[in-house]
Design a protein around this ligand. Structure first.
Ligand code: DUC
Ligand code: ZN
Ligand code: ZN
Length: 483
């Protein structure tokens, strides 16, 4: 190769992938990695990484951007501000959700979501689907066609009135996942238990934000996780349980694995770094900032989540970024009022802080290897949703989506973040690292300053999830035969 062949060479990187750590230059041409090795020829541009760690750009496989909400709620981040904050925090691919409203065609939901993203994104993006109304047309026509077009994963809700499916509907949708090789993600919380508890709390006048956590105890997550596993076993299809919050759900997943079932799991920063106390120790409204579902638990559950991240129980570490402003009528104060917890939009921001939090508190605090960090934040999400090896690794042929890490002490301040939310749940937290440079397809997007180019981000159709085992013959129950 001659100098003109490389658009950019990153020198003296300490390259980390999910399997290896090695010293290398990284040569980039036309947005892709074209050579790895030491002493590579000069590029038209050069960045000296000087021994700093370089990881694949993060793949945030669970975030919500500009998702249509029931009025008056509105998400604070669209594809522009959401992907801007992603890039500044080292995430270079996002997978938000094209959500079907009940009564809406799934195809219409996807078309609408493309319009919302078009020309705005600073990083690449794919879509998961949310199936909330599995009509015969959806099951027989729309979903199979969309899976074939690159929407190879979808989320099923067991709670939230506007989204939840009953067990029969879940079995129907899982059967389509099996038939067409899609990845089914499950939000596992028991809706009826939550409603019953919420009414009791309300009858007792316990409506402050902190009671959100009491309305969704670990038991409701444990029961739904168990049920989701049983339903997936009946259909004989892998599932991925999203935002697992603590011990009792982890136990169910360990049980399933021990019985040879293909149950994958995701967790999120809020289950490592927040507890139910962040929703408030008294009845003040401030805790609305940390209302999300499932709710954060306690210190002992945090330890269980750390163990699961280390020992392979968890496959994916996502943000579940669901951005609502605190002091806003479309956010945590609907119509400008401090309302009962049931009416507070669920979700916290986290796209920008996901990678630095885990790098600081996992890798640099000695809780996790660098390779496991890469696996959880980039490689596995890319594999789980059919984007690997284009995304999620540092290899010849992969997109040049990279993070050069700055290991330095800093304090997290919302004023330094790039989302459109008026708070971060992690305000004031000490961190030990932040991305020094983020590259998307070989372009510097963040180097302490943000370099916008709206529309730089491309839509990515997803392939078949590569974590999936080969499909075995349909089990008798799915074929409609007695065992
Ligand atoms: N829970 C979800 O299931 N989605 C978005 C935010 C939240 O808290
Ligand atoms: Zn969810
Ligand atoms: Zn979510």
């Amino acid at each position: 190769m001659t100098a003109q062949d490389f658009d950019l060479v990153i020198r003296r990187a300490r390259v980390a992938t999910a399997s290896d750590t090695f010293d290398s230059d990284i040569a980039i041409r036309d947005g892709r990695i074209v050579q790895l090795g030491t002493g590579l020829a000069a590029g038209q541009r050069e960045i000296d990484a000087a021994g700093r760690v370089v990881t694949p750009g993060g793949v945030d496989a669970h975030c919500h951007l500009d998702q249509p909400m029931l009025a008056p709620a509105r998400m604070a981040d669209d594809f522009e501000s959401g992907t801007r904050s992603a890039a500044c925090g080292g995430t270079t691919t996002v997978i938000p959700f094209a959500a079907q409203e009940k009564g809406q065609s799934l195809r219409a939901a996807v078309d609408d979501y493309h319009r919302r993203a078009e020309g705005l994104a600073h990083v690449d993006y794919a879509f998961h689907l949310i199936v909330s109304d599995p009509t015969a047309t959806v099951l027989n026509d729309e979903l199979p066609a969309l899976i074939g077009e690159g929407y190879t994963s979808f989320k099923i809700y067991m709670t939230y009135d506007d989204l939840k499916l009953d067990d029969g509907q879940i079995l129907d949708v899982l059967s389509v996942a099996r038939e067409h090789g899609a990845m089914a993600m499950v939000h596992a919380e028991n809706a009826d238990c939550i409603e019953w508890l919420t009414r009791r709390l309300e009858a007792a006048g316990r409506t402050a934000p902190r009671f959100h956590a009491l309305s969704r105890p670990m038991l409701v997550e444990r029961e739904a996780t168990h049920r989701a596993i049983a339903l997936s076993e009946l259909v004989d299809v892998p599932i991925l349980i999203v935002h697992v919050s603590g011990r009792e759900a982890v136990e169910q997943i360990r049980w399933a694995r021990a019985h040879g079932l293909n149950v994958f799991a995701e967790t999120c920063p809020q289950y490592l770094f927040l507890t139910a106390e962040d929703l408030g120790l008294d009845d003040s409204y401030q805790g609305a900032r940390c209302i999300c579902s499932p709710p954060p638990r306690d210190k002992r559950n945090q330890d269980v989540i750390w163990n699961g991240l280390n020992d392979g129980l968890f496959t994916v570490f996502s943000s579940d970024h669901a951005p609502f402003r605190y002091d806003a009528p479309e956010g945590k104060k609907p119509d400008g009022k401090e309302v009962a917890f049931r009416h507070i939009p669920n979700g916290i921001p986290g796209l920008e802080t996901r990678m630095p939090l885990l790098y600081s508190e996992g890798v640099l605090a000695g809780r996790m290897t660098l390779n496991r960090f890469v696996e959880l934040t980039a490689t596995n999400p890319a594999k789980a949703y059919g984007l690997h090896p284009r995304k999620g690794t540092i290899a010849v042929g992969s997109d040049a989506d990279l993070v050069i890490w700055d290991e330095r002490d800093l304090t997290l301040r919302n004023q330094d973040l790039h989302h459109n939310v008026d708070y971060t749940p992690y305000e004031g937290r000490a961190l030990r690292a932040w991305p020094g440079v983020t590259l998307v397809a070989g372009e510097v997007v963040w180097d302490g300053a943000f370099h916008p180019r709206k529309g730089r981000g491309r839509f990515l159709p997803c392939g078949q999830p590569s974590l999936m085992p080969r499909r075995s013959p349909m089990p008798p129950a799915v074929r409609g035969e007695a065992a």
